[in-house]
Design a protein around this ligand. Structure first.
Ligand code: SF4
Length: 96
């Protein structure tokens, strides 16, 4: 998947995807690169800064669900890392 980096993280995503919730995104004014750390570890300072923005976001759950449903495999979405979303998807498939 490619990202439209010049736009905010909140506005990135595939064309035609439901975007209504993105209008409320707390990250709309942030540097999109903040949400795509090179290393997605819980204690990584960039991951922690991105999550701090997410935790103040009124659409955190909508964002997280969108990322899980659409298989977003990079970046911080709804305060989750790609590894966390993969684990959630595996759990939803019954561990497969
Ligand atoms: S939860 Fe985080 S990544 Fe998602 S829209 Fe809000 S601030 Fe942006």
């Amino acid at each position: 998947m490619t990202y439209d980096r010049p736009l905010s993280h909140a506005l990135a995503g595939p064309p035609g995807a439901a975007r209504e919730w993105r209008r409320e995104a707390a990250c709309a004014g942030e540097d999109p690169e903040l949400f795509f750390p090179l290393v997605e570890r819980d204690r990584d300072p960039q991951v922690m800064r991105a999550r701090a923005v997410c935790r103040c976001c009124p659409v955190l759950l909508a964002c997280r669900l969108w990322a899980i449903r659409h298989g977003e495999d990079a970046g911080i979405w709804g305060a989750t890392t790609a590894a966390q979303r993969r684990a959630i998807r595996r759990a939803l498939r019954g561990g497969r």
